[in-house]
Write a protein of this length. Structure first.
Lengths: 702, 166
């Protein structure tokens, strides 16, 4: 683009240029109007000047050519742009056609109407009455002149005849004087050999003496001559007398009348000329009117085209930029300065782009931070799309799953199955909401205990994606297991040590009495044996309980009517302990829940055992069940002395007992069964006294 | 056909007669319009309006290019106007702006005859070595078709070969 072109483009966008152009067009139209007005005031001779018609013709032709050129150029351009599918071509075509209809139709109608009115007006100028008046005026003048001619001819005949009767110059002079007075003629003359012998003039018409002499050749024969003289017409007639002399009579037609008649004749002549020039006048007027119409059409069309470009250019630039932005290009602004509403729109768009750019940068920063965090954390994170077909992972997850490429690329979820992680893929695919659980996977053949949490992104009904958090619990489980074994060993040792001491003491006492041969040997030996047997039996019970805890049967879930099951177990405890009432409150509505009934019966039995044992006489033990949102809740409350420990979690440890009796594995068994069912169990204080055990098992209704 | 014949009959076609008399380096052109003049023209003359018949004379030679063919162009204007007070017609013939002849006529017919049979026009003829043609027509007045398209009313163009001077 040349500098001149850039300057031209800048001018085109400036309002001053537009205003100047508009004023120029107004000036042109004003000049046209002035020309039209001047034409109206010009006399017909000038109005019908061929030069004006010629100039108007060429002006009209030039304007028509310019209008057609501009129109054809723009139409061709638009057709080409539409063919090429350029942006905005259709919009500009509609705009141009609308402008054409809005401009050409009214202007054309006005032109046709104006031309019709002009033609009608031109025709009405030359109406029949005016024609009649003009012709009548001419006839009057002709009649008056003819009547004067006839009178002069008659008089000259009389004078010639009478002069022919007398001889001699003096006698003819007297006779001519007498006849002039007798006939009352204004001019009387006697010519001989082409020369005036005598001319007599009425004293009131002395100016007739200045008349040019008659043509000598014409005097050879009789004749009549009409000539303008002194604002009137003088008629002179002459007739030969016979001896080479000629008598002449002249008369001026009434001067006042002739003056008026002269004006009438001039007007009639002008009228006839105007009538003859009527087509030229009409053509000139129509051409002038057409020139004005063409100027209006050209100005309006050119202005319309310019305005359409001015309006559409920023819009099209805006549309093009929005398409580029929507197409994924950089967030760019529209570089068009404007001050009107379009400019406001462009400014708003640019502000939006700037804000989006800032958000984009913030988002990029956040993503980088998140990547850094995800890369640094030891928790494995998997991200999946909404359909859970493709999966990506952070480095921790990739390492945990033994699939390093997961950290750098997104792979189908099926790839997990192919890598021997089908169970994990199945859990991810089967999650219907926020779900948590534990899982053992075997990446590379090595067992890894993981805790898994599957969380949908966005709304649960239509998630935008999924996030899976994987916590490697292998080391923790191993440590916990070791700790548990240590604890179990310690407790077993404690449990074993407790009965061993009385056994050892009983054995030592028997041995001492046997050595001393004491007299109460017979009493001591049975007592000691009984004590040993009792403690050995206690040890046997402890070993049995340990075996029960360690070897729970495999879980067998099936739909069970919980209310019937609980009611059946509760009925077994009625009257077990005197003064303690056992109640059952069912709010499940009889629904069936998927669980292992035998293990659940074990849970309920253990809890009721503790509750009944802890209840004072007159106390009440309540077992209550309800189902809410697919969650089975079982509450067992008593009115005993309470938990007895600050941390209720201690009560779930195996072989932990506050009662000083029993194996201490009841609540541990309860917790294990509930955990195997994916549920939770907790102990809390019951107000005002007692303990409330709350068991929650998911699995919902069958 | 019938309509065409009626139209041809309705339109009185005037013809231009040309008599050429050669003279050394000159050519005497005697022109005469045969036929009636347009009624509007004669009516305007009778009504006192100044009217004009324009005889256009063009001298051509045979050359290859059009712009090189025309040798000379002349215009003979015959003007007539009736004096409504005296009832006479004043007549003037001008060749290329110079008065060629003038006269008076008492009646409209005489005036029409004078203008349709103008005085002999004497035009210059250059020395030549090739044939010349004189093309002439008489223009009565200007009409307009569809209000604005000018159309000259007159005789058709008549072409005559210019005879050699003896």
């Amino acid at each position: 683009m040349t500098p001149w072109h850039r300057t031209w483009l800048r001018w085109r966008r400036q309002n001053r240029f537009l205003i100047g152009l508009y004023l120029g067009l107004l000036l042109l139209v004003g000049l046209g109007y002035t020309l039209f007005a001047t034409m109206r005031s010009l006399p017909p001779e000038e109005l019908t000047n061929r030069l004006l018609t010629f100039l108007l013709w060429w002006f009209d032709l030039t304007l028509i050519a310019v209008v057609l050129f501009v129109l054809a150029r723009n139409l061709f351009k638009l057709a080409l742009e539409r063919h090429l599918g350029l942006l905005g071509a259709r919009f500009r075509t509609k705009l141009l056609l609308s402008y054409l209809v809005l401009i050409v139709v009214p202007t054309g109608l006005l032109f046709v109407l104006g031309v019709g009115l002009l033609s009608h007006a031109a025709a009405s100028w030359f109406s029949a009455p005016v024609d009649g008046m003009a012709q009548s005026g001419a006839k009057i003048a002709d009649s008056l002149r003819a009547e004067t001619e006839a009178r002069v001819r008659r008089d000259v005949s009389i004078v010639a005849r009478e002069l022919g009767k007398v001889e001699g110059e003096r006698a003819r002079t007297r006779e001519l004087t007498r006849l002039q007075a007798l006939l009352g003629t204004q001019l009387a003359g006697w010519y001989r050999d082409g020369t005036a012998v005598l001319e007599l003039v009425d004293p009131r018409q002395r100016e007739l003496l200045r008349l040019p002499p008659l043509d000598a050749e014409a005097l050879a024969h009789g004749g009549v001559q009409r000539e303008r003289f002194g604002g009137t017409v003088v008629v002179r007639a002459w007739e030969p007398i016979g001896d080479g002399s000629v008598a002449m009579i002249g008369e001026a037609v009434l001067p006042g009348l002739m003056q008026e008649q002269g004006r009438l004749a001039a007007a009639a002549a002008a009228y006839e000329r105007l009538k003859l020039e009527r087509p030229t006048i009409t053509a000139t007027t129509v051409l002038g009117f057409g020139a004005l119409a063409l100027v209006v059409v050209f100005a309006a069309m050119w202005l319309g085209l310019h305005l359409s470009r001015r309006f559409t250019e920023p819009l099209l630039a805006l549309v093009a930029t929005t398409q580029r932005v929507a197409g994924g290009d950089d967030l760019i602004e529209v570089p068009i300065p404007a001050e009107d509403e379009v400019g406001l729109l462009v400014s708003s768009f640019n502000a939006m782009v700037r804000r989006l750019r800032e958000r984009d940068e913030e988002l990029s920063t956040t993503v980088r931070r998140l990547d850094a965090v995800l890369g640094a954390v030891r928790t494995g994170v998997l991200t999946l799309d909404a359909e859970r077909e493709n999966v990506a992972a952070n480095p921790a997850a990739a390492a945990l799953l033994g699939m390093p490429h997961l950290a750098t690329e997104r792979v189908p979820l099926e790839a997990l199955t192919l890598a021997g992680l089908g169970k994990l893929a199945e859990v991810i695919r089967g999650a219907s909401g926020v779900s948590r659980g534990s899982l053992t996977i075997y990446p590379g053949g090595l067992a890894r205990a993981i805790e898994i949490a599957v969380v949908p992104l966005g709304r649960l009904e239509s998630p935008e994606g999924w996030v899976v958090a994987l916590e490697d619990l292998t080391q923790l489980v191993r440590a916990q297991r070791l700790a548990a074994w240590s604890e179990v060993a310690r407790r077993i040792a404690d449990q074993i040590k407790n009965p061993l001491t009385p056994i050892r003491l009983a054995a030592e006492r028997i041995a001492r009495h046997v050595e001393r041969r004491t007299p109460d040997l017979e009493t001591v030996v049975p007592q000691g044996c009984r004590a040993i047997v009792e403690h050995v039996q206690a040890m046997q019970e402890m070993v049995d309980a340990f075996a029960r805890y360690a070897k729970l049967p495999p879980m067998s879930r099936r739909p069970v009517a919980v209310s019937d099951l609980v009611r059946q177990v509760v009925s077994l405890y009625e009257g077990v302990r005197k003064g303690v009432e056992v109640r059952f409150a069912d709010a499940t509505g009889g629904v069936e829940v998927v669980l292992d009934p035998e293990q659940f019966r074990q849970v309920l039995t253990n809890l009721l055992d503790n509750a009944v044992e802890a209840s004072p006489p007159g106390g009440t033990v309540t077992a209550a069940t309800r189902c809410d949102d697919g969650l089975l809740e079982l509450e067992v409350t008593d009115q005993g002395s309470g938990l007895g420990v600050e941390d209720p979690e201690l009560l779930f440890q195996p072989f932990y007992s506050t009662k000083g009796r029993g194996s201490g594995v009841g609540l541990a068994v309860v917790q294990r069964i509930v955990s195997d069912h994916g549920g939770t169990v907790r102990l809390e204080h019951n107000r005002p006294n007692g303990v409330r055990a709350v068991v929650r098992i998911p699995g919902g209704e069958a | 056909m019938v309509l065409g014949a009626l139209l041809l009959a309705a339109v009185a076609v005037s013809e231009l007669e040309i008599v050429l008399t050669p003279a050394p380096a000159r050519l005497n052109v005697q022109l005469a319009v045969q036929g009636d003049l347009p009624e509007a023209w004669t009516q305007a003359l009778g009504g006192g309006a100044p009217v004009t018949l324009t005889y256009r004379l063009k001298l051509f030679r045979n050359r290859r290019f059009l712009w090189d063919q025309r040798l000379a162009s002349h215009e003979l204007q015959v003007k007539a106007q009736r004096d409504a007070l005296t009832g006479t017609f004043s007549l003037v013939a001008e060749l290329d702006g110079e008065i060629l002849a003038s006269g008076q006529a008492e009646t409209l017919d005489q005036a029409v005859h004078w203008v349709t049979h103008p005085p002999t026009a004497e035009i210059m003829v250059p020395l030549r070595h090739e044939p010349l043609w004189l093309v002439a027509r008489c223009e009565f007045m200007t009409r307009y078709k569809l209000l604005v398209f000018p159309s000259t009313v007159g005789t058709a163009w008549v072409t005559r070969s210019v005879p050699e001077a003896l």
